[in-house]
Design a protein around this ligand. Structure first.
Ligand code: ACO
Length: 345
């Protein structure tokens, strides 16, 4: 039985004259590839150690997609799991949004390939790109379509095959990332507030901190661009770290403020899974207890747009989140981009 939403929390949208319907996540699903790459495996590939990776990042292993397994395949698997859990048929889906920085190809959109693979032929489909922040950006976009009554059922997916753009000779980055996908079904659920608020931000002045320079129109693929290793992800780790802590903290605080909530009311904080030290720093600044914060990066590393989506599914599956609980999602990524969302589950 869902508790009456109005007794649980204030919906900030109501204050601003919101008359539309609310939007809930009615089902989630996730998928990670079978192949496990451990820190010991990486010790044999680059000049690193399990000790360095564990103490600097918290990561112990990550999943790596098979050569013939691409972002659309992983996205479709997570989507089918979410649909099965929610009892959603392919024909019910009105819109598919895939958040990714590793699309199967520059175009067509990975969302269209997912539409074909899950048989959701009625659905419109497009991709969005906000790097590791993509899942919250996609949730916020999806919920606008539900709240405006444009669509009844929106499928939001974060999916990445980062192993395809990681430079496996660069120890600064290759130890950090993994592959996987997570999906959420958005619908309006009677008597539930669902997604209460989402704060999103970006700072293009810091675009160079984290990027893949090659492959776009500025630097199309040539023999020179390949030999200069421009088609791999690059990151200035230290600066990115500082920005991640500040941006996630600020977005989370603003989300809580809008809902007139303090952190102690939040059952589960789900941060972007990039680095244990970032998660701890943001958690401490927010005043969250360690047991409020969900962490799975030791097993998957940073899966970018899939990160929070996989963690959300695991938190639900493990019983950490029950219907009616308040949860806080926080993300940060290339762009720079960031965001936070408060959800009444
Ligand atoms: N193994 C051993 N040594 C290493 C490794 C490694 N894998 N990687 C770097 N080092 C060395 C460096 O060369 C450096 O050596 P030096 O002092 O001799 O120069 C030393 O370790 C320290 O390097 P730092 O970069 O200062 O290490 P730091 O403590 O900052 O940790 C890290 C690096 C883990 C990358 C961290 O900065 C971080 O997590 N940054 C944020 C990442 C992030 O949040 N990304 C989110 C977005 S991702 C997206 O959008 C796709």
């Amino acid at each position: 039985m869902i508790p009456p939403a109005s007794k649980v929390v204030k919906n900030p949208r109501a204050k601003h004259g919101f008359r539309g319907r609310t939007c809930s996540i009615t089902a989630v699903g996730s998928y990670v590839p079978e192949k496990i790459l451990t820190n010991a495996d990486l010790e044999r590939m680059v000049d690193t150690s399990d000790q360095w990776i564990t103490t600097r990042t918290g990561i112990k292993q990550r999943r790596i997609a098979a050569a013939n397994e691409h972002t659309s395949h992983m996205a479709a698997k997570a989507a089918l799991r979410a649909m099965a859990k929610g009892g959603i048929s392919p024909e019910q889906i009105d819109l598919i949004i895939v958040a990714t920085i590793t699309p199967d190809m520059p175009f067509p959109a990975t969302a269209c390939l997912v539409q074909q693979q899950i048989g959701a032929y009625r659905a419109a489909a497009f991709d969005i790109e906000a790097a590791c922040s993509g899942f919250i950006y996609a949730l916020e976009i999806g919920q606008q379509f539900i709240m405006s009554r444009t669509y009844d059922t929106v499928l939001v997916i974060g999916a990445e095959k980062l192993s395809a753009i990681v430079d496996w000779t660069d120890r600064n980055t290759c130890v950090l990332f993994g592959d996987g996908s997570g999906a959420a079904i958005l619908q309006s659920r009677p008597n539930a507030h669902g997604l209460l608020t989402a704060c999103m931000g970006a700072d293009g002045n810091k675009a160079d901190l984290l990027s893949m320079p090659g492959g776009g129109c500025r630097c199309p693929a040539t023999a020179d661009s390949v030999s200069a290793r421009l088609h791999f992800l690059r990151m200035e780790g230290k600066e990115t770290f500082k920005n991640a802590v500040n941006a996630m903290y600020t977005a989370a605080q603003e989300s809580l403020r809008r809902c007139e909530l303090c952190i102690s009311r939040i059952k589960c904080v789900i941060p972007h899974q990039a680095n244990q030290r970032i998660i701890e720093a943001v958690g401490e600044r927010l005043g969250a207890k360690p047991e409020q914060v969900f962490v799975n990066l030791d097993r998957y590393g940073n899966t970018s747009a899939a990160s929070v989506a996989i963690a959300l599914d695991e938190a639900v599956e493990s019983g950490r989140i029950q219907r009616g609980d308040l949860i806080l999602l926080m993300v940060f990524g290339a762009g720079l981009t960031w965001g936070a969302a408060v959800i009444e589950w």
